[in-house]
Design a protein. Structure first.
Length: 142
């Protein structure tokens, strides 16, 4: 095992512990990993910053921003109320309504974006109806 591999494993181990304990925010841990890899010389600054130019990274960041905006403006709650009214708290009906809604969203936008928009609404419905979240989130993912 080389020194670089040891450094990377150490950083990953510390990050894993921080993720599990939840003492440090997840986004901050991610940035600390990048800074640590740069400071130790495992990655150059160019290599660290090249990850942010990847199309997939930009897409995921954009989806999180849009999802947070929709959640803070109350759009997710409105969608949740619509889903709740059509589903009437029945698990089978809720699954069908959620799948139809995500299919409609997916027809005009990215699949991941459609799922991330409905995610907060489905979790809210899950807690309101006392249906386990996995029973509603797995159909949302499909």
């Amino acid at each position: 095992m080389t020194l670089e591999i040891g450094i990377v494993l150490s950083i990953l181990g510390i990050a894993f512990i921080l993720f599990i304990t939840g003492k440090v925010r997840v986004d901050l841990v991610g940035m600390l990993i990048l800074v640590s890899l740069s400071i130790t010389g495992v990655l150059t600054i160019d290599e660290v910053l090249n990850g942010f130019s990847n199309e997939a990274v930009v897409t995921v960041i954009s989806i999180f921003i849009i999802s947070a905006g929709l959640n803070s403006t109350g759009v997710s709650d409105s969608i949740g109320k619509i889903l709740w009214n059509f589903g009437n708290g029945d698990q089978v009906r809720l699954i069908i309504v959620i799948m139809v809604m995500v299919a409609l969203f997916s027809s005009v936008m990215n699949n991941v974006a459609a799922a991330s928009i409905l995610f907060p609404a489905v979790v809210s419905i899950s807690s309101r109806s006392r249906i386990p979240p996995s029973k509603l989130l797995i159909p949302l993912a499909y």
